[in-house]
Ligand binder design. Structure first.
Ligand code: FMN
Ligand code: FE2
Ligand code: FE2
Length: 391
């Protein structure tokens, strides 16, 4: 039960095996809520767990120290999956003081009618626990205003809050103990939670060096702990620069099959040109899965039939979700079936353009059903997109 991260620093979180949806994002592997206990002359707990998991966390803490002896509860992030057990925890940690950022303190006042003693810290502030020194790094908007990270200086363990996490419930605690490369899960997590903040991440990666944080271990708030920090730091850098491969994501919805046939023919053209194709029927796939695949794709082809002069609601939902994630460095194209005046392809093209995608215009629409010429045009569109990708 005892999971030592390093030298008196313990994982004391909880495993949520059953979670399948995390605020609208699909989590087929569940998740963990990671809390870390740092034991020295003084004892600090970094974060708590989601409400309902407090007993599991307390059981783990009790296996290491008497809970009443916890001196500090550090709140790196206010979101409920981490702060949800504060009230329960502070009842047990009778003598503890809370440590948070200034914005964290404001949030604690708003959310929990903060009645606890609190110490506010800033980037560079330190707290001595005896032999160990904790240093704090504010990371506003990664991904909430209150976020900060806690660095155990002597042990070089960076407790990184939501950054560098993954939604995986597992018995293993360390990334290198897993039977597969979890960077794919880390990328899914990044795409759905951190992509909008890519410019801030690039700044953070520089800042970490400025404040002399050189972690040997990165311990995020979800999923597995990184013993090879460069693995995930290098990936975050690549992802935040929107590096993409010769890959196109094609997503569509359809009523009577014209738009789906178009999608398959576009794919044939692109495959002929040697580009990797990923295909999604939007109604059969979760939007979070589609945007994860799109994260490192160079092009996005989105298809919708016209319904009452506009696009399908499923396509609109995907576009709304994508807009919030602020994708960069992508080619976009719309396509779809129509009957009389059309409208969906124009709406899709405008939406992609307004998000900053480099659109191929005017896209392509097919009246009612495919004719021979339409088939050729679709294959040709696939080829044209592929050529743009390879430029
Ligand atoms: C309920 C309904 C509403 C439609 N509204 C429009 C419309 O407003 N404008 C238009 O051009 N076509 C409209 N259509 C025709 C479809 O867009 C056309 O049949 C198209 O080829 C369907 O593509 P799909 O086979 O991919 O579903 C409508 C069809 C249905 C069933
Ligand atoms: Fe969060
Ligand atoms: Fe979280």
């Amino acid at each position: 039960m005892n999971h030592e991260v390093k030298n008196g620093i313990y994982w004391v979180g909880a495993i949520d095996w059953d979670l399948r949806d995390f605020h609208g994002y699909s989590t087929p592997k569940g998740t963990t809520y990671n809390a870390y206990l740092i034991v020295d002359e003084k004892i600090a707990l970094v974060d708590t767990v989601r409400q309902g998991f407090f007993d599991e966390m307390l059981m783990r803490v009790s296996g290491i120290v008497e809970p009443e002896k916890v001196d500090y509860l550090i709140i790196d992030h206010l979101e409920k999956d981490h702060s949800g057990s504060i009230e329960d925890a502070m009842k047990v940690f009778k003598n503890a003081k809370i440590i948070s950022s200034e914005r964290g303190k404001k949030g604690l006042d708003e959310w929990y009618d903060n009645k606890w003693p609190i110490i506010v810290v800033k980037t560079g502030s330190t707290l001595s626990l005896g032999k160990k020194t904790l240093k704090f790094l504010e990371t506003p908007m990664l991904h909430w205003p209150d976020n900060m990270m806690t660095y155990a200086e002597e042990d070089r363990v960076l407790i990184s809050s939501d950054a560098f996490g993954q939604h995986i419930a597992s018995s293993q605690r360390f990334e290198n103990d897993m039977h597969y490369d979890i960077r794919e899960d880390a990328r899914t997590y990044y795409a759905n939670i951190l992509m909008p903040f890519a410019p801030l991440i690039l700044k953070l990666l520089d800042k970490v060096k400025d404040v002399n944080i050189q972690p040997e271990i990165i311990a995020p708030a979800h999923g597995l702990i990184w013993r090879s920090p460069e693995k995930i730091l290098e990936a975050y850098k690549r992802w935040s620069m929107f590096e993409s491969g010769p890959k196109i994501v094609i997503a569509y919805d359809t009523m009577w099959g014209t738009s789906s046939r178009m999608a398959r023919l576009i794919a044939i053209g692109a495959i002929d040109e040697g580009v990797e194709v990923r295909m999604y029927d939007i109604r059969k796939s979760h939007i979070s899965e589609i945007v994860s695949d799109l994260q490192d794709a160079r092009a996005f082809a989105l298809g919708s039939p016209t319904l009452n002069n506009g696009m399908f609601t499923s396509v609109g939902a995907l576009l709304t979700y994508l807009k919030g994630l602020k994708p960069k460095n992508k080619i976009g194209v719309g396509f779809g079936g129509y009957g009389w005046a059309g409208g969906a392809v124009k709406e899709i093209t405008e939406a992609l353009k307004s998000m900053g995608l480099d659109t191929i215009e005017p896209g392509f629409q097919v009246k009612y059903v495919m004719k021979k010429d339409d088939e050729k045009e679709c294959i040709d569109l696939g080829r044209r997109i592929a050529k743009r990708i390879k430029e």
